[in-house]
Design a protein around this ligand. Structure first.
Ligand code: HEC
Length: 124
């Protein structure tokens, strides 16, 4: 059956957060973000916070960055960036956290997955 491998992949994807994202493509997609975000270890904050190790640290926890009140109160209820929350944030940050300061949308699911794979590679 030709369709079996795809179905298996979809199941894998749904049952665990084993992202099928591509790190190199994520790095490319990040160019769209780099005007506001550094992702290097110890990199400076720009108009957005540094994103190094973002998936292992709490939401809105960069001490030197002044986050919006909306994102800070969202973080009180959702302390951790899970891959699901990150996907939703990248898809539509204003829908996930109304009134937050980021307005960039990543429309393609594949781009979001690749970005998340890149984030996973840029951390501890
Ligand atoms: C025009 C500037 C700008 C661009 C471009 C931008 N962002 Fe942001 N980003 C922000 C700002 C500002 C915040 C802080 C939001 C707040 O405080 O409400 C933020 C916050 C974030 C956070 C949460 C950080 C934390 O410490 O919890 C992530 C993750 C993020 N951005 C990812 C991205 C990605 C990925 C892209 C590219 C697809 C991107 N951003 C593009 C300005 C930007």
């Amino acid at each position: 059956m030709k369709t079996l491998p795809i179905a298996t992949l979809v199941c894998l994807f749904a049952s665990q957060s084993a992202f099928a994202g591509d790190i190199a493509k994520g790095k490319k997609a990040f160019k769209k973000c780099a005007s506001c975000h550094s992702i290097k270890d110890g990199g400076k904050n720009k108009s957005g916070p540094n994103l190094y190790d973002i998936l292992n640290r709490g939401i809105a926890t960069n001490e030197k960055f002044k986050y919006s009140k909306k994102l800070v109160s969202f973080a009180n209820e959702n302390p951790q960036w899970t891959t699901e929350l990150m996907g939703a944030w990248l898809e539509n940050s204003q829908k996930l956290v109304k009134g937050s300061k980021m307005r960039v949308k990543v429309k393609k699911e594949a781009d979001r997955e690749n970005l998340i794979a890149y984030f996973q590679s840029m951390g501890q």
